[in-house]
Design a protein around this ligand. Structure first.
Ligand SMILES: [Zn+2]
Length: 455
């Protein structure tokens, strides 16, 4: 079963003309053949990363196969300059690499996998002594529940409810800023922004995971670099309903403290400080080889962008305002109003996006605070409450929240009855009784009724 990366259907129209965003096939004009110098592999968090070092740009396509599980990387007009073997790593999702020339001029690389995996890819331009690179990130695909056989529609009378349109959870994309050779800001005590924002993001993801009607997608799961464009692509591929980028602020004046929440502004920043901040957050990406994100590609795109952004800017603003009012309870908020600046990572035309500066890592007391469990937990709690308030008025139609069905649980791939029961503080027997389940068989997408807690 081949799977190629396609923009999802409901956003296809908008994406058309957006310069290849979200597509795995990257056409490069004026290309004259490239060589692959080597393939490097690393494992961090749940991600196995392969980096193809190239002596020039190349167009490529990627697809996955199962039985056995493989990822195939086709590089047009490329050849292997050296052996592309990788050293074995039992924690890696990749068991081995094979490669061969095809059609005289193309290179096919086949990665044999230990488990079915999702593949994300992007290119990096030469930067800081590194050559052209093709980066491939693999994460294990959750396994389906033990028996994935659908109950026939006719078997009515069971407690499993069927909706005419299947309801879904709202998807919260959580993006820990920086990573890998981009540490972000560094505090006077040596605390790195990339580390504390990943910890905060993980705590937030745990909370969103437990929240009825919501589902988190962590954009970066370990300590590795991701360009800004790729962060947007991953949120969009996950069909995110909101995008939260988490950072920690820094400024020369060490006395400045407090948190802030920003949204995108194409027309100038709300303050000089906001403008500098956006410059700093954007510039690391270019320095490290990210492909620049153009704001306007052509007139059609520009019209679509304006239409979509005026809608999502309103939504982004409401989200930011709700987050700020909750973050007041956790600590000092630098400015009570939503700030605007031109952050590249927020430039997703169709997903309401905000950038949270959790605190000033340049302020010694806030730097210490950023490392503590208690601050990280309270901040994650506050963001979750802000998300609840936002979705109470902005949940898209067809979601459990919009339809007021928070007494429902949609089974995810890999979930078991015992996992679901413990999440809702029930026993498996109780859960089965409420839903008239004759045995422990469930399937992904099935909707379970969850009785009100404490009732
Ligand atoms: Zn940052």
């Amino acid at each position: 079963m081949a799977k190629t990366h396609q923009p999802d259907q409901r956003r296809r129209l908008l994406l058309r003309g957006l310069a290849g965003l979200g597509l795995a096939v990257v056409p490069v004009s004026g290309w004259a053949g490239s060589g692959v110098q080597r393939v490097r592999m690393s494992v961090d968090g749940e991600t196995t990363r392969l980096v193809f070092d190239m002596d020039g740009p190349a167009s490529y396509s990627i697809f996955t196969l199962d039985g056995p599980d493989r990822v195939v990387v086709d590089l047009s007009g490329a050849r292997a300059l050296n052996s592309l073997d990788i050293s074995s790593n039992p924690r890696s999702l990749v068991e081995g690499v094979r490669y061969a020339q095809r059609n005289g001029s193309d290179l096919r690389v086949v990665l044999d996998l230990r488990a079915p995996s999702d593949a994300h890819s992007f290119v990096l331009l030469p930067a800081q002594g590194s050559p052209h690179r093709l980066v491939l990130d693999l994460t294990e695909r959750p396994r389906m529940a033990a028996v994935a056989r659908r109950v026939p529609e006719a078997s009515s009378g069971a407690g499993i409810e069927r909706f005419r349109e299947p309801l879904r959870e709202v998807v919260v994309a959580i993006d820990p800023g920086h990573g890998g050779h981009d540490p972000g800001a560094i505090g006077p005590g040596g605390t790195r922004e990339k580390d504390v924002v990943l910890q905060i993001a993980r705590r937030l993801a745990e909370r969103v995971e437990r929240e009825p009607g919501m589902r988190p997608v962590l954009i970066r799961t370990g300590d590795y670099f991701l360009p800004l464009r790729e962060r947007i692509n991953r949120a969009r591929a996950a069909q995110a309903d909101v995008f939260l980028s988490i950072h920690a602020d820094a400024i020369h004046d060490r006395s400045v403290q407090g948190s802030s929440v920003y949204i995108l502004s194409e027309r100038g920043a709300s303050s000089e400080a906001a403008r500098f901040l956006a410059q700093r957050e954007n510039s690391a990406d270019l320095r490290l080889g990210g492909v620049p994100i153009e704001s306007k590609d052509d007139s059609l795109t520009s019209v679509l962008l304006d239409l979509a952004q005026s809608g999502s800017l309103e939504a982004s603003h409401s989200l930011a305002a709700r987050l700020i009012s909750e973050m007041h309870r956790v600590g000092k908020v630098r400015k009570p109003e939503v700030e605007r600046a031109n952050f590249a990572v927020l430039r997703s035309p169709d997903v309401p996006s905000v950038l949270i500066e959790a605190a000033f890592i340049s302020n010694p007391s806030e730097e210490r605070k950023l490392r503590t469990d208690s601050f990280q937990n309270s901040l994650a709690d506050a963001i979750l409450i802000g998300l609840r308030a936002y979705f109470a008025t902005h949940a898209p139609p067809g979601t459990l929240i919009a339809e007021g069905r928070l007494d429902r649980h949609i089974i995810r791939p890999g979930e078991t009855l015992s996992v679901i029961a413990s999440r809702y503080q029930m026993t498996v027997a109780e859960l089965r009784a409420v839903n008239d389940l004759p045995n422990d068989r469930i399937f992904a997408g099935q909707v379970l009724q969850i009785p009100a807690r404490g009732g």
